[in-house]
Ligand binder design. Structure first.
Ligand code: SF4
Length: 436
């Protein structure tokens, strides 16, 4: 369905979960994050990072470690409790927490009692206003007990890391999980009250064939996932050392990856899913599909989102904060994070103050990725006209006056087209992966 133009995909581009991207972060002045949190009025969202997993997958680029050392987990959670109290004490009276997301790592790598302790701390210290709760889960460490935990917390949205159902691919990426395990986990989540269930899948995995991917998509559909994310595996061992466990020679080539992405789009849209941007799909009843329909879809550090809040406060090591005028990242090293948090200090010392120009360019990039169209200011259009012509000439995008629209055939090139408006991108292309 899509036409492969390798030359247009040759330059690695960011995923644009923020603009500027985390690659453009630098040191912040002391007190910056405290001032931002203290000024965060109105509806806000919280993200809590749990950087532990029972087993580490070879492909994973997340900030996470094995959960086996209990003392380490307990010390981290103590620091996270302290950070919840510190953030809660800084928030102004009129702040309202409307969304809470637990991610990682795998939030279910900690004990259920520890998880409920965090939920209690949020209730005690944060101005919760009937928030929407969501969680990322690893089926390998999920137990029936978690079903009750989700129900008692009120978690209605869950995302499960599945990646592939093909046993030979699972072995090659260090993530072995049987079909029975996935079915059982799905059952527990539904019984626990999850109404929006996402499966993360991947293409471009070692030894993966088109048939393997089709089979995984079909299984996911049969299990009734409300949302499906189909990410291309990004092989960047120079940035993610654990990926050296995966042999480059075992990976599908660029053309095969493109075909897989194209097939995933064809199969899922034919199967009743609505395409959300370039790599997400949702059934029409799902809030993500409704946001896409209504033109309210956004991008934040978790990817595509229906969250309308302008403020996302991240808690935990390496968690990222997003404010209209500031992006900031907590200390990545857990030991340093713990020290700062235990001293009652917020650890985000890196980030970027978003200038008016950043916000202007960021709005264009977000609109192109989420709505597939944007009105481009005159000066930005003039600066990219030569490079944009490569896409309009191929029918991948259309330009009428200042209105730029990505054509259905241009969906796999959306990130590359959006990157034309990125004022930072001349430097360090090796920090990113292929758009497909
Ligand atoms: S379970 Fe998820 S976060 Fe943990 S190592 Fe695997 S991919 Fe990474």
């Amino acid at each position: 369905m899509w036409t492969y133009h390798p030359e247009l995909l040759a330059t690695p581009v960011p995923r644009y979960t923020s603009y500027p991207t985390a690659a453009d972060f630098g040191p912040l002045e002391p007190g910056t994050i405290e001032r931002a949190v203290a000024g965060a009025s109105g509806d806000i969202s919280l993200y809590l990072h749990i950087p532990f997993c029972e087993q580490i997958c070879f492909y994973c680029g997340c900030n996470t470690a094995v959960s086996g050392k209990r003392a380490r987990v307990e010390a981290y959670l103590a620091a996270l409790h302290q950070e919840i109290a510190t953030v809660g004490s800084l928030l102004p009276q009129d702040a309202r927490v409307r969304r809470i997301a637990f991610g990682g790592g795998s939030p279910n790598a900690i004990l259920t009692g520890e998880f409920l302790g965090l939920v209690d701390a949020l209730h005690a210290h944060m101005p919760l206003f009937a928030p929407e709760w969501s969680i990322e889960l690893d089926p390998r460490s999920l137990t029936a007990e978690w079903s009750g935990v989700l129900a008692s917390t009120g978690i209605t949205r869950a995302s499960m890391g599945v990646q592939t159902f093909a046993a030979h691919c699972q072995k090659a990426i260090g993530r072995e999980q049987s079909l029975t395990m996935i079915c059982r986990s799905t059952d527990w989540l539904r019984k626990g009250g999850v109404t929006s269930l996402n499966f993360d899948l991947m293409y471009g995995l070692p030894h993966q064939s088109e048939a393997d991917l089709e089979d995984s998509l079909e299984m996911t559909r049969k299990l009734g996932a409300d949302r499906i994310a189909v990410f291309g595996y990004a092989h960047v061992p120079h940035l993610v050392p654990r990926q050296t466990m995966i042999r480059e020679a075992d990976l599908p080539g660029a053309a095969a990856r493109f075909t897989m992405a194209s097939e995933a789009h064809r199969i899922l849209t034919a199967g009743g899913y609505r395409a959300i941007g370039f790599d997400h799909f949702a059934l029409p009843h799902d809030p993500m599909a409704r946001a896409a329909q209504q033109g309210t879809l956004r991008r934040n550090f978790q990817g595509f989102t229906d969250d309308p809040s302008e403020v996302l406060i991240g808690m935990g090591a390496s968690a990222i904060h997003g404010f209209p005028g500031l992006l900031a990242q907590n200390e990545k090293h857990t030991a340093t994070y713990r020290q700062l948090s235990e001293a009652g200090r917020l650890s985000a010392s890196h980030g970027i103050v978003r200038s008016a120009e950043d916000q202007r360019r960021g709005a264009v990039i977000e609109a192109l990725l989420c709505q597939g169209e944007a009105v481009i200011p005159e000066d930005l259009l003039a600066a990219v006209s030569d490079r944009l012509a490569r896409f309009t000439d191929e029918g991948l995008a259309s330009l009428r006056g200042h209105h730029l629209a990505i054509a259905p055939a241009g969906l796999p090139y959306a990130r590359v087209i959006a990157a034309l408006f990125d004022g930072y991108r001349a430097a360090a292309p090796r920090k990113f992966s292929s758009a497909i």
